[in-house]
Design a protein around this ligand. Structure first.
Ligand code: DHB
Length: 310
């Protein structure tokens, strides 16, 4: 089976959407719920609804995607209402709500709103949006990460994980992991898109997306080695109580298998979900099961984190 558990909650499958894809509207979230996905995470919610950046703001490319969405979302109240209804409709199923504040005060205000609701699931605090002009990615400012997590865990004790940007330096992994190990995090989700890449249309001699002169977050196959490196590096450095969600570059069941082998407890899909729609969950699950059957594995715990080194 492809069952897993996060923060003590059980899931029938270990594949779900990545925040920001197929999770903006009730209609999209309904489609994920009706698919083979383990569960859903909502679009990162802000206190106040946002329209996001001007279009075109997402583009597929031969090896993946580029986006600069700018956090379009209906506001936290919309997503809490949606999850509240889902919790009543499917008792026993657990959902993720993604939150993103523009400073620590906003993060705290978002968490207070979650606390005041009937939400019983898992919060994912997004520390890595690369697309809001003038706002750096929090995950690259280790002092800011420390300040935010101190304030968060002063207030909030229900299950909470964080979404991080990709890191590229082994010393940075040492430094950020030492900070994260001080907090009762349920999980770390690696990785968000590689921020501020640039994709070019040679024929048109133009960038592909309108915001930020064409700079945007890179997703898809470009991301896989970076994503696997982040999952494996964090699994080696984080307390065993901190789980890992692996996100980045998944296109087939073998890619899901590789994430788990590197240490992922759950695997999320973004670009490939955007490209194929929610039928991708059935395909990836079937392909993962085929890889496991061929290798004689009955469950993901039999190979999770067991990547061999030479
Ligand atoms: C957006 C992109 C991200 O990578 C993210 O973490 C949050 C938001 C966006 O542009 O909407």
């Amino acid at each position: 089976s492809t069952r897993t558990h996060i923060a003590g909650f059980n899931f029938d499958n270990c594949i779900m959407n990545a925040a920001g894809v197929y999770d903006y509207s009730a209609e999209e979230l309904d489609a994920v719920q009706q698919s083979a996905a383990a569960t859903f995470v909502t679009k990162s919610a802000t206190l106040v609804p946002r329209e996001g950046n001007p279009e075109p703001r997402y583009c597929n490319t031969p090896y993946g995607s580029i986006n600069s969405m700018g956090l379009p979302n209906f506001g936290l109240a919309y997503y809490l209402d949606y999850v509240s209804a889902a919790q009543r409709q499917v008792p026993g199923k657990t959902y993720f709500v993604s939150l993103t504040g523009f400073n620590v005060e906003e993060d705290i205000a978002l968490l207070r709103q979650v606390q005041a609701s009937d939400f019983e699931g898992i919060v994912e605090l997004n520390l890595s949006c690369p697309n809001v002009p003038g706002k750096p990615q929090t995950g690259y400012d280790f002092e800011a990460v420390t300040r935010i997590l101190e304030a968060v865990f002063d207030l909030y004790r229900a299950p909470l994980g964080i979404k991080l940007p990709p890191y590229f330096d082994l010393v940075h992994f040492d430094q950020i992991a030492a900070i994260l190990n001080r907090f009762p995090l349920a999980y770390v989700n690696s990785v968000n898109s590689i921020g501020n890449g640039l994709c070019v249309d040679a024929a048109a001699e133009s960038v592909l997306i309108k915001p930020k002169q064409g700079f945007g977050g890179i997703g898809g196959a470009y991301l896989k080695p970076t994503a696997l490196a982040n999952v494996f590096a964090f699994r080696q450095r984080l307390n065993s109580s901190i789980q890992i969600i692996g996100t980045g570059g998944v296109q087939n069941g073998t890619d899901v298998f590789e994430h788990i082998l590197c240490g992922a407890d759950m695997v999320q899909v973004g670009t490939v979900l955007h490209q194929e729609g929610v039928a991708v969950f059935e395909r990836l699950t079937r392909e993962l099961k085929a890889v496991m059957a061929q290798k004689g594995y009955g469950g993901i715990d039999e190979f999770k984190g067991r990547l061999k080194t030479l």
